[in-house]
Write a protein that binds this ligand. Structure first.
Ligand code: MSP
Length: 537
């Protein structure tokens, strides 16, 4: 039976990255979530599904207000500059997002207001006194016990939490304790991975407390309807940015319009530090407004650099712009997708980066294509032999691997095990290299065993094609080069390519390379990287 039928069916898929704070230039942490989201979006499209991929920026609140003040510029000008740099980065990283949601966009105000009023009507908002420690970098109140001895929060160890004692509007989160517990029970996949789900279950078990959704003394945000002394809390505003993103351009900004097509979201991709907001506060807010809930919240791990924690507020970030200028988008995407088990923490180290890229893409994959195309030229006049996958004996080890991969890799994409996708493709590639060494087509050719030589070259070239297809959502440019050298005019950066592959499902399987196709001359698909000296941080 066709693996494709088992695991994929044509449908729509909507997903989001967090809306990134614009308190500084984008760093590799934001790039990480976005590249994963892009891989998922590309995979979904490749399967022929209709996809809406939302990213954007979170631009209100005290943190942004202070940053703009410190820079001596108007907050909006500051936000415009930083939002533009996010867009630049996504272009460099070859991100194919569909919507870029900005919380200062003019249609967002109306959505926030409408939502706030529904929640207000539900009697889920009330005025009370808020006392507590506030971490401006997290934009979150912290329990005293959550802070380190010096008064900083564990995520922002160079910024002390500030004491607040003010009147705020509160959201009646406590009312949703039971409904949330039922949600987690009846939808075990709602929060993933399992470790994050457990964190949330433990947190909720302790008893949910109402949280404040307004601030005084923060002017950079939306005023609370009917009480302009208060500004809507940045998180309440930002989460709704996901919904605003669903509005078509120039469409009247109403919830009804926003929710009509892509809602509810299939996936919110986030980092583990903002899990509570997405897995507890957000579903409760939606329940209050009587709106359907997202299907899944996936909280990934944190990146470290050379074993050390990094972050905007800590000031030891790895600059994704220089990384991309130096190595290109495919290399960066491959490293983070292959080297980090999605969901767990992972480290960036430049030497390791170069070694992995050179080993996997330049040597194993690139050289394999190069040497096999070289042989095809020499032994078969540069024309694909008149062979089909079914003519290759079933005992052929490479064919066997190829045939199992057709089941494995869609499943790996489906459960976000991207490192396994990469490993699987590489297993195929490495076995091909071994296969060539063992069968020595050059000696067979000398002995006049042309048919055998052709079978070997077919097996290998088809495996390179299949690996390129498997890896296309991760390294689309390399996959393009491979496909072109195998005589296809595919463009994996074309957004509606999936429609073609959806119809022509053969690409998802091993054994489809067309016969008698004339191939162009080989050229390197991935140029070997120089060992690192240093890179800006
Ligand atoms: N503005 C909020 C999100 C609002 S969503 C409606 C926010 N922004 S953020 O810019 O601070 O963080 C965005 C994402 O970057 C989060 O998912 C966070 O986990 C992620 N990362 C920040 N530092 C990171 C690493 N060092 N490693 C991996 N991801 C990290 O929170």
């Amino acid at each position: 039976m066709n693996s494709f039928n088992n695991s994929i069916s044509k449908t729509t898929f909507s997903l989001t990255t967090p809306l990134y704070y614009v308190n500084g230039l984008p760093h590799i942490g934001s790039a990480y979530t976005t590249m994963i989201a892009d891989v998922i979006a590309r995979w979904q499209r490749l399967c022929g599904n209709e996809v809406l991929f939302v990213t954007g920026t979170d631009e209100h609140g005290q943190k942004i207000q202070r940053t703009a003040e410190q820079g001596g510029i108007e907050p909006q000008i500051h936000c415009d500059r930083i939002a533009a740099s996010f867009r630049d980065l996504w272009e460099k990283l070859n991100i194919q997002y569909d919507r870029f949601s900005r919380t200062t966009a003019k249609n967002h105000d109306a959505i926030v207001k409408e939502f706030f009023e529904i929640v207000w009507t539900q009697n889920d908002i009330y005025l009370d006194q808020q006392q507590g420690w506030y971490c401006v970098a997290c934009e979150e109140f912290k329990e005293k016990r959550e802070l380190l001895e010096d008064g900083c929060c564990p995520t922002h160890t160079n910024l002390k939490a500030e004491w607040r004692d003010e009147q705020n509007y509160f959201f009646r989160l406590s009312r949703y304790q039971q409904a949330l517990e039922e949600l987690y029970q009846s939808n075990p996949d709602f929060i993933q991975p399992e470790t994050r789900r457990n964190e949330v279950l433990n947190f909720v078990k302790q008893g949910l407390q109402d949280f404040s959704i307004s601030r005084v003394n923060v002017s950079w945000g939306f005023p609370i309807p009917n009480d302009p002394n208060h500004t809507i809390y940045v998180w309440f505003d930002a989460l709704l940015g996901y919904i605003t993103a669903l509005l078509d351009e120039n469409e009247a900004p109403t919830l009804e319009n926003a929710l009509k097509k892509w809602y509810p979201f299939n996936l919110h991709l986030i980092g583990k530090d903002i899990l509570r907001f997405h897995a507890v506060y957000w579903p409760a807010m939606l329940m209050s407004a009587n709106l359907p809930l997202p299907q899944q919240v996936f909280g990934h791990g944190f990146l470290t650099k050379d074993g050390q924690k990094m972050g905007k507020t800590l000031g030891n970030t790895l600059d994704p712009f220089s990384l991309l200028d130096k190595y290109g988008s495919d290399a960066v995407r491959y490293y983070f997708l292959k080297e980090i088990e999605f969901g767990k923490d992972g480290d960036f180290n430049e030497t390791r980066f170069v070694n992995i890229l050179n080993a996997d893409l330049a040597n194993d994959l690139g050289n394999l294509l190069n040497r096999s195309l070289g042989m095809l030229n020499k032994y078969c006049g540069g024309v694909l032999p008149p062979i089909l996958g079914k003519n290759i004996p079933d005992e052929n080890n490479v064919k066997q691997i190829g045939e199992t991969l057709k089941y494995r890799f869609p499943e790996a994409y489906k459960i976000y095990k991207f490192h396994l996708v990469c490993e699987d493709a590489l297993i195929l590639v490495r076995n091909c290299n071994k296969f060539i060494d063992e069968t020595a087509p050059w000696s067979l050719y000398k002995k006049g065993e042309q048919k055998e030589v052709e079978k070997i070259l077919y097996t290998v070239l088809e495996s390179v094609r299949f690996s390129a297809f498997i890896l296309a959502p991760i390294i689309p440019n390399v996959s393009n080069k491979i496909y072109h050298q195998l005589g296809y005019n595919f463009d994996f950066n074309q957004k509606d390519l999936g429609v073609k592959t959806y119809i022509d499902r053969g690409h998802f399987e091993w054994g489809i390379l067309p016969l008698n196709q004339n191939l162009p001359k080989a050229s390197p698909v991935f140029v070997k990287l120089e060992p690192p000296i240093t890179i800006d941080s």
